[in-house]
Design a protein around this ligand. Structure first.
Ligand code: GDP
Length: 299
């Protein structure tokens, strides 16, 4: 989802020498493959968007894969990029690197100031290691590696599977199917009270290119929308977008995760970047995308 959005944005800006590989062509978990690819291609600028990602249930049930795959991908790519002369690398982390009970909105200074949210600590530990690796390579080798920490993302190319996905695509799919099947209710996991912030992936892509052009520092930067809403409010918005008029039934046996995750984005704002896609507009266009790509959805 993120890689495709960055490519769309680069192409729209006139970029012509993009080096792209699918997962089938280049397994970033393989050190030998990554090393060979960087030796041959020697990219000048690297956007490291690849990661094993998923929602609360995927994180809970596959801790080993979330830790291992992400450590492998980022270690291989950051090290090979440095050794083969990449001029600059952007590493993408996540807002879940911050402590579960960090003061809100969460500033970059909250990193490592408290215990992590247990439902995604494996993913978070890998992402913390990634941003620390960027800082270490900058300090020891002078490698221009920067890190951005996006809030919860959504948009075209998202994973709409019911077990693996994040909340927003899951609710789009559930409400869509419930409307078609004329079901009376849609199940929403947890209490509905946790609060989340959502950023459209095209806004993130724009921020990534802005940072590649204008930012060069060890400190990670938050990328977010600036406002959050409760899962219950999100569910009502999705239902309205999709046209599902039945009941939203909350299932408290499912985990809530962290109570609130709203990023403080003042550092990025001061640098001169702001997001532009409202949740209303982004939900509508993402639902259109979902309807027109039902045959080719990622699982
Ligand atoms: P998180 O931001 O890391 O907690 O990841 P998610 O996007 O998976 O979940 C966010 C919140 O939405 C949690 O409180 C979930 O329990 C809640 N939620 C409600 N319904 C769903 C659903 O159908 N799928 C997912 N993934 N989360 C849901």
């Amino acid at each position: 989802m993120v890689g495709s959005a960055i490519v769309r944005r680069l192409l729209a800006g006139g970029a012509s020498r993009l080096l792209l590989r699918t997962r089938a062509e280049l397994d970033l978990r393989s050190q030998a493959e990554v090393e060979r690819w960087f030796a041959e291609q020697q990219p000048q600028y690297v956007f490291l968007a690849a990661a094993k990602v998923g929602g609360i249930e995927a994180n809970r049930s596959q801790p080993a894969q979330f830790l291992r795959d992400n450590l492998q991908i980022q270690t291989n790519v950051i090290d090979s990029a440095y050794r083969h002369g990449t001029r600059k690398l952007l590493f993408l982390g996540s807002s879940c690197i911050y402590p579960r009970l960090a003061p809100q909105p969460i500033t970059e200074d909250s990193l490592l100031s408290g215990a992590l949210e247990p439902t995604n600590e494996w993913y978070a530990i890998a992402k913390i290691a990634g941003l620390k690796m960027c800082q270490a390579y900058r300090r020891e080798f002078g490698f221009d590696a920067i890190s951005a920490m996006p809030t919860n993302l959504y948009g075209p190319g998202d994973n709409f599977s019911l077990e693996q996905s994040h909340v927003l695509p899951a609710l789009i799919r559930k409400c869509h199917e419930a409307r078609l099947q004329r079901s009376a209710a849609v199940e929403v996991w947890g209490s509905g009270t946790p609060r989340r912030e959502f950023l459209h992936v095209d806004d993130l892509a724009d921020a990534c290119i802005f940072l590649m052009r204008h930012y060069s520092d060890a400190a990670p930067l938050n990328v977010g929308w600036g406002e959050d809403l409760s899962i219950a409010e999100l569910a009502r918005m999705v239902a309205a977008t999709v046209g599902f008029e039945g009941e939203l039934r909350f299932d408290p046996s499912k985990p809530d995760g962290t109570p609130r995750k709203l990023l403080d984005t003042s550092r990025l704002t001061q640098l001169g970047w702001r997001p532009s896609i409202t949740l209303e507009a982004g939900l509508a266009s993402t639902y259109d995308w979902f309807r027109s790509h039902q045959q080719s959805l990622r699982q």
